[in-house]
Design a protein around this ligand. Structure first.
Ligand code: HEM
Length: 400
């Protein structure tokens, strides 16, 4: 049982069920206070900037706000021992100068042209998921639909068995969801992911294949050198962890939104040209991801005395609701024109998979709305949410 929050400015709790359910009113409270960068001692201690300007400025200052630790909860003791101790999750866990080549190596596979080849497969997958429940008149939009899409797309990209979908999902949830408050589970889940990829990598080395990302990395070179194994394992680790919960959460939140807004479904039916701005607006409003930083050296930021080793939450979802940056930020305007949202982050770590994420989100929503144009929540109070650093619905029953 967690102690109740006394004061959001000095004692926020990102794992409090009330915070998970509705972080936005808490962000507003902090943002409009005298101290828009809150602090807490909970979960190992952290800072939480809530203004767009501050979040973006911190993302630019990568020498002070480093990416050595991107989860705010401290790791389990001994997590950095054992055969995979040097495996991290580059490029998201790297800082310059390594970050530059880490990122350069993966960017080509995420270009718009490269990800376009997954469009038809994603559409077929979405249709086959809908086939399974459309005659029942009810479905869990999060559990029966959204959850299955990104994990299968990533497994296809990596060339790993799709039948292992359930294991992959449970490992990722073990890192980003249940593992948030359970460092032992988090470490064990990470080890499972990395051992799995170590086997896959050994197999690729023995039996080279064409066309999947792990095989491509085994062939790749940086400045005439083969890419080290611990980097390949780290990237695969990140692809699974960054590519699954995030996009699943975005798809789930937007389906939850449309379930309650028939006028928005109608607006898109009448004006399909609005899809591009609508997707950006939904990403802004329901931005699922909050990564963390570690302060490199004692510093003062906007009057806050930060110590070397302190953790900082990059609260992109709060920045996206800052009225200084977005007019009527809590209103969903599918045709919003000025929308420099930071759902995909900002600066050098800006999401490398954003083209893939956008493709999956668009195809998942369009396919759903084509087949199930009219639907609503079975019981709005029964929707459950995961939160912490990745927020989205985990059970969302709808009827149609
Ligand atoms: C809607 C879905 C997604 C959202 C909202 C999202 C959000 C983010 C955010 C906010 C960051 C920046 C983290 C930071 O500043 O520390 C990030 C980084 C990253 N994301 Fe995503 N992401 C999504 C989907 C994906 C997918 C599908 C992939 C690919 C498998 C992916 C791969 C990455 C990578 C590789 C990075 C690290 C980039 C770097 O450090 O240079 N993401 N993402």
């Amino acid at each position: 049982m967690q102690r109740p929050v006394e004061d959001l400015l000095t004692d926020y709790n990102i794992m409090d069920p009330d915070f998970v359910k509705d972080p936005f009113t808490k962000f507003d409270h902090i943002r409009e206070s005298q101290c828009p960068i809150a602090h807490t001692e909970r979960w190992g201690g952290s800072w939480m900037p809530t203004r767009y300007e501050d979040v973006v400025a911190m993302a630019q200052e990568f020498e002070i706000f480093t990416s050595r630790g991107i989860l705010v909860m401290p790791p389990a003791p001994g997590w950095d021992e054992g055969p995979y101790a040097s495996v991290a999750a580059p490029p998201i866990t790297s800082d310059p100068p390594e970050h530059h080549w880490h990122r350069r190596l993966i960017l080509p596979i995420f270009s718009p042209q490269s990800v376009a080849k997954y469009e038809q497969g994603t559409k077929d997958l979405c249709n086959s998921l809908i086939d399974e429940f459309i005659d029942k008149g009810v479905a869990d939009a999060a559990g029966d639909y959204a959850q299955h899409i990104p994990v299968r797309v990533i497994a296809t990209m990596l060339g790993v068995p799709l039948e292992m979908e359930e294991e992959f999902t449970s490992w990722v949830r073990g890192v980003l969801e249940q593992g948030m408050t359970d460092p032992e589970l988090r470490a064990a889940s990470s080890r499972k992911i990395i051992s799995f990829f170590a086997e896959q990598l050994a197999d690729r080395r023995k039996n080279p294949r064409e066309g999947d990302f792990i095989s491509e990395l085994t062939q790749a070179e940086v400045e005439g050198q083969k890419v080290p194994d611990h980097y390949i394992l780290g990237v695969c680790n990140l692809m699974l962890v960054a590519g699954v919960d995030t996009t699943w959460s975005a798809i789930g939140s937007t389906l939850w939104h449309f379930a309650q807004h028939p006028e928005h479904r109608q607006q898109l039916r009448d004006n399909p040209h609005l899809w591009p701005t609508a997707l950006e607006e939904l990403l802004r409003v329901y931005a699922p991801v909050t990564m963390a930083r570690i302060v490199d050296r004692d510093t003062e930021f906007q009057g806050c005395p930060m110590k070397a080793g302190d953790r900082v939450l990059m609260t992109f979802p709060a920045a996206n609701r800052d009225p200084r940056q977005f007019e009527n930020p809590d209103v969903v305007k599918l045709d919003r024109e000025h929308n420099r949202h930071v759902a995909f982050g900002s600066g050098i770590h800006r999401c490398a998979g954003s083209n893939l994420a956008r493709l999956e989100l668009r195809v998942a929503l369009q396919t759903w709305l084509e087949r199930i144009p009219e639907y609503s929540l079975v019981d709005p109070t029964a929707v459950t949410w995961a939160g912490g650093q990745v927020r989205g619905p985990r059970r969302c029953l709808v009827k149609f």
